[in-house]
Design a binder for this molecule. Structure first.
Ligand code: GSH
Length: 210
């Protein structure tokens, strides 16, 4: 049986949940309670020394400790429907947008949240090492999130999907990022008509309610 180490309230494992649902891959789920610090405890540290979720144990016992590895494995294990593209051009375009969304969007929200939330003092980055917050990074993160929303809106003008004219992991990463931005009070507004249209269309996919 495939096992997903998950946390229902966190964005990174949501990416894996949506991916598994889109591929129709059955699995069991183990919830790791990030609020109580379960990811830093001995039991989970033995499973994933990086102390992060998601992690995925495959049916042959392989332990994958991040979305990059999980996505690569899932696409190879269950090629249909392809979510990383088929042609060289599609694969390149999807990889490029997925990276940009992760770097310019998801990490910007995390930067704003983790450096500005008192409850995350000393936990400015995920993982086994504590890092102090830098308040200026909370402000910079917020500015980057706003810029990211403008970038995504511009990209989606005249398009139904982020990349390669079809649904892909780039759409999954983007939905998770846009929804996660609520934690820093950034939401798609009337200045983002293309982003709003795309998000409404994505909501029709059952996986997006996970
Ligand atoms: N590179 C990882 C990042 C995972 C990550 O940052 N997960 C967060 C939850 S969204 C986490 O485990 N945080 C634990 C913590 O904050 O201590 C991936 O995408 O798989």
């Amino acid at each position: 049986m495939i096992t997903l180490y998950d946390c229902a309230t966190a964005p990174s494992p949501r990416r894996a949940r949506i991916l598994l649902a889109e591929k129709g891959i059955r699995h069991e789920t183990v919830q790791i309670d990030l609020r109580s610090g379960e990811q830093l405890g001995d039991a989970y540290r033995k499973i994933n020394p990086q102390c992060t979720v998601p992690a995925l144990r495959t049916d042959d016992g392989l332990l994958l400790t991040d979305n990059a590895g999980i996505t690569a494995w899932v696409e190879a294990h269950r090629p249909q429907p392809p979510l990383l593209g088929v042609t060289p051009r599609q694969k390149a375009e999807i990889a490029s947008w997925n990276w940009r969304i992760e770097f310019e969007g998801l990490l910007a929200v995390a930067e704003a949240l983790r450096n500005g939330t008192p409850a995350m003092a000393n936990r400015a980055l995920p993982g086994p090492v504590d890092y102090p917050q830098i308040p200026e990074l909370a402000q910079r993160g917020l500015a980057r999130v706003q810029q990211f929303f403008a970038t995504l809106d511009e990209r989606l003008a005249g398009r139904d999907f982020i990349a390669a004219d079809g649904f892909s992991v780039a759409d999954i990463t983007a939905v998770v990022t846009v929804d996660f931005a609520r934690v820093v009070k950034v939401r798609p507004g009337e200045q983002h008509p293309h982003l709003q249209r795309w998000r409404a269309a994505m909501a029709l996919r059952p996986s997006m309610s996970l």
